[in-house]
Design a protein around this ligand. Structure first.
Ligand code: GDP
Ligand code: GDP
Length: 439
């Protein structure tokens, strides 16, 4: 199930970074760190009570003049409107209301998205509350006072955020059972070309998905009686001339698209080979435990001999060594080479993400694996794995009951993973392991 997205919008210096850090402090831990993924402040995972959401910061570089501030805020607001389930509009009680706030408030109000007006720097509720009331003038409902720095009012604010998740519009969206495929990759890799070609080749019915709140570029594709939803991250292009802004925007689009998908197809440009930016984008899908296909596009432009594909494969596997499970395909949007195979691969990966293995068979594999290679030991004490069982899918997640957590070692976990993969494949999906001590 996809996590909601919450976006923070606000002028420079109102305290966006401070709020971000206060919230991201409670970030849920990720199963495995992704090497090569630089985690700047564009997004963070936040958990509150039983809820988890992705927080995105739409703000970028510091603008110098009022005109620039207003145009930058418009861009922020547009990004938030297109990508977020809930928008936090952050203002500063010390600076009070300024013209730019009214302009942005108008935009947000017209979008009909859930917006919470959060008034920051209310370090002392008694002293500043009269000033907080001034913000009613924005027409965005009750202002929520917080102090990001003093961590005051944050819990109340999060309660309001969570209330917004429970609106019926969102639940309807969740019920959609059709496979969702996010087509991700850097600009000009060929994302749009691939989607367009798929539409043409399969003689499909194309219709924008009605009622999608975030954007209108989801495309329904029908193939062999099965409907698929393609989420194109390229469709909406930002006009901003600022390189950092374009990159921020494209990362936000990728995170929100991947969040909603079952399988991500990463498009790599064969004429450029695999790059840092590709690895960064791949990391987003990996962190979220999504099915993964790497498609090397523009294969028609590559001069080939009988080792070319092998060399490409090695480079990609090396760069993305944290996701050996990813499927790999070489294709061309231009000639249509291997596009039908891409569809078959998507089907297979989606199936693998939802694959369940019976406990009996799993434990047979575990016993055999331990007989072939003993679990690690430390200071005379050996790791004992009593039992393994699969607890969930998407991604397939296994719990191993063991004697002591500190005896576990990632290389042995990787070994068990490989034994399971040898039998069941799970091609294209990450699989996760959780250790539980049983004394
Ligand atoms: P951003 O530009 O919106 O990301 O704003 P920052 O988070 O960088 O904050 C701008 C300034 O306001 C910094 O000097 C912060 O220390 C300060 N600030 C942020 N939150 C609070 C707060 O709750 N109370 C007070 N007094 N200062 C704050
Ligand atoms: P996007 O930004 O990822 O959506 O990339 P586009 O689909 O707009 O493609 C960028 C450019 O690459 C366009 O000029 C396409 O015509 C070209 N292109 C895309 N796929 C292929 C391909 O398989 N072969 C060739 N030769 N050109 C391609």
């Amino acid at each position: 199930m996809s996590k909601p997205v919450v976006a923070v919008v606000g002028r420079p210096n109102v305290g966006k970074s401070t709020l971000f850090n206060a919230l991201a402090g409670s970030r849920i831990s990720i199963v495995e760190d992704t090497p090569g993924v630089t985690r700047d402040r564009i997004y963070a995972e936040v958990s509150w009570l039983d809820y988890q959401f992705t927080l995105i910061d739409t703000g970028g570089i510091e603008p110098e003049s009022d005109d620039i501030i207003i145009s930058r805020m418009r861009e922020q607001a547009e990004t938030a409107i297109m990508t977020a389930d809930v928008i936090l509009f952050l203002v500063d009680v010390r600076q009070g209301l300024v013209d730019a706030d009214f302009k942005v408030a108008d935009m947000l109000r017209r979008s009909h998205r859930p917006v919470l007006l959060v008034v920051n720097k209310v370090d002392n509720f008694e002293k500043y509350m009269p000033d907080v009331y001034e913000f009613y003038n924005l027409g965005l409902g009750d202002p929520i006072p917080v102090s990001a720095q003093g961590k005051l009012g944050i819990g109340d604010m999060l309660d309001h955020v969570i209330e917004q998740f429970e609106t019926p519009a969102r639940e309807e969206e969740e019920e959609d059972e059709r496979p969702k495929i996010a087509v991700i990759g850097k600009p000009n890799a060929g994302k749009s070309s691939i989607i367009n070609k798929l539409l043409g080749e399969e003689r499909v019915i194309v219709s924008p998905v009605a009622g999608t709140t975030r954007d209108a570029i989801d495309t329904t594709v029908k193939r062999n009686g099965q409907e698929y939803i393609f989420i194109d991250t390229a469709g909406l292009r930002r006009k901003s001339k600022i390189k950092e802004e374009l990159e921020r925007y494209s990362i936000i689009r990728t995170v929100t698209a991947v969040e909603r998908c079952d399988v991500a197809v990463l498009i790599i440009d064969a004429t450029e080979g695999i790059t840092e930016q590709d690895a960064k984008i791949a990391g987003i899908a990996h962190e979220r435990g999504k099915g993964m296909i790497i498609a090397v596009n523009k294969w028609d432009l590559v001069e080939k001999d009988n080792t070319t594909m092998k060399k490409f494969t090695e480079k990609i596997r090396e760069k993305l060594s944290y996701m050996p499970y990813a499927e790999l395909i070489f294709l061309s949007a231009k000639t249509g080479q291997r596009l039908p195979k891409l569809f078959d691969m998507i089907d297979a990966v989606i199936e693998n993400c939802a694959l369940r293995v019976q406990t009996g068979v799993l434990n047979e594999i575990l016993t055999e694996a331990m007989a072939m290679k003993q679990p690690p030991s430390d200071k005379g004490k050996r790791l004992r794995i009593y039992y393994i069982t699969q607890v969930s899918v998407k991604p397939p997640t296994f719990v191993m009951f063991i004697n002591e957590k500190k005896l576990t070692h990632f290389s042995y976990t990787r070994y068990i993973e490989n034994q399971i993969r040898t039998t069941f494949g799970f091609r294209g999906t990450p699989i996760h392991f959780i250790y539980r001590e049983r004394k």
